[in-house]
Design a protein around this ligand. Structure first.
Ligand SMILES: [Zn+2]
Length: 308
């Protein structure tokens, strides 16, 4: 029996013994943030302008794969009916024609192995090809549905140490990136990004350290040349509902399956809500919310499919 399955059985046994209180604690109660997290729009704008060079003309996205989770797993206390969890990769297209990636999706083998219900081989093919042309690739965190494209790339050794920019925290715990595997030499070459709290990595691109969902979690603030602003909050907020209602995933998910720092995530959700409410033109992009993505495609704020 795997440790994960064993833990799940223990939880189910607790449910049977305690009944309703356990159901409330593990599935329904979200909790309130006890700490605070800082997201300062003026600071992000200043940092985004601090790096000279060609600015971002366009942001493109690929819908590579997808899961379906019970709603109650995504937002504590919601319904048991299944909800979509699409997996995306993002391409930044700069005014000089150069490109970069935020997140890389995952391949078919990983999708099937982890219970995915949708995979688009052509989309993943475009992501793989775009990775070879990218000037840099960052991932929001070390989970397989974001880092997967890096791990299986046929030219990983050439991309590592040059194009892929991972943090020490994203590489520190191999169990967090399961089932992805890197050799020790690859881990050494992949770690090329180091910063304390926030840092600009390209014109209009700022990464924001946000440990909580995983130790290597980071949000990415992007400001296009035309002034449109995006905050890629990734799996801090699986769906928009998480930040809008400041409600975490069910404890069963965060404590048994993910090993999250739940209070850190709640504080980040509250900070995103505060920032978004004060800046209604900021586009918050959750990790796996197809409704928000369709809205952004419809408004031409994101373009479907990567630039070849
Ligand atoms: Zn994810």
């Amino acid at each position: 029996m795997t440790p994960r399955r064993k833990r799940l059985l223990i939880i189910l046994a607790v449910f049977l013994l305690l009944g309703v209180p356990a159901d409330y604690w593990f599935l329904r109660e979200s909790g309130e943030p006890k700490s605070t997290f800082t997201l300062d729009i003026e600071e992000l704008r200043k940092l985004a302008d601090a790096v000279p060079g060609a600015r971002i003309a366009e942001i493109r996205a690929e819908h590579v794969a997808g899961f379906e989770f019970p709603g109650i797993a995504v937002v504590a206390g919601d319904s048991w009916s299944f909800t979509k969890m699409p997996v995306y990769a993002y391409q930044l297209v700069f005014e000089d024609g150069t490109t970069a990636l935020i997140d890389t999706g995952m391949d078919e083998k990983t999708t099937k192995g982890e219970g995915g219900v949708f995979f688009d081989g052509e989309a993943f093919g475009r992501v793989t090809a775009a990775m070879e042309k990218a000037t840099f690739i960052v991932v929001t965190h070390e989970h397989y549905d974001h880092l997967g494209g890096v791990a299986v790339h046929p030219k990983l050794d050439a991309l590592a140490g040059n194009v892929v920019r991972l943090t020490r925290e994203q590489l520190s715990d191999p169990s967090k990136r399961k089932p992805l595997v890197f050799t020790e030499a690859q881990v050494g070459k992949l770690q090329t990004l180091s910063y304390e709290r926030v840092v600009p990595i390209a014109p209009g691109v700022v990464v924001i350290r946000a440990a909580g969902h995983t130790p290597g979690m980071q949000m990415v603030y992007v400001r296009r040349a035309d002034g449109e602003e995006f905050l890629f909050v990734s799996d801090v907020s699986w769906h928009e509902d998480n930040w809008k209602r400041v409600r975490e995933r069910a404890r069963l998910v965060t404590q048994v399956f993910l090993g999250e720092d739940r209070d850190a995530v709640l504080a980040q959700l509250a900070a995103i809500k505060k920032l978004a409410e004060a800046n209604p033109n900021l586009h918050v992009v959750p990790g796996h919310d197809g409704v928000v993505m369709e809205r952004l495609f419809g408004a031409k704020l994101l373009t479907s499919k990567f630039q070849p």
